[in-house]
Ligand binder design. Structure first.
Ligand code: HEC
Length: 91
């Protein structure tokens, strides 16, 4: 029984890392698909390529760029940044 519980917890931990979801908090300003910016209307994430989104988020997280985004990007993991870059990039 104990083994099953441990195995289940381990499996959940692995799957949540793999499926690093985009935080729900982002959509307040950017919508679910990065198609908006309610604060700075011309800086819409889904006009950028996936590489540009990734570069921006790393700079925001490092605190070298951005205003609001310095705070918003702080808790992001590398996996979440990769996920946002993939999901929101211009198609
Ligand atoms: C309170 C509003 C707000 C929230 C919430 C927010 N952002 Fe932003 N976002 C901005 C603003 C404002 C900018 C412009 C840069 C700056 O001033 O920080 C921006 C810029 C960006 C950009 C670059 C767009 C460009 O064209 O330069 C990306 C990518 C981005 N945000 C992703 C995210 C992600 C991912 C989250 C969730 C972790 C998030 N944002 C949450 C307001 C927000």
């Amino acid at each position: 029984m104990k083994k099953i519980v441990i195995a289940t917890i381990a499996a959940l931990a692995v799957s949540s890392t793999l499926m690093a979801a985009i935080p729900r908090s982002c959509n307040a300003c950017h919508g679910d698909d990065g198609s908006k910016n309610t604060v700075k209307k011309d800086l819409v994430p889904n006009k950028l390529s996936s590489a540009e989104i990734s570069t921006k988020l790393h700079a925001f997280r490092a605190g070298t760029e951005g205003t609001v985004m310095k705070v918003m990007a702080k808790p992001l993991t590398d996996a979440q940044i990769a996920e946002v870059a993939k999901a929101w990039a211009k198609k």
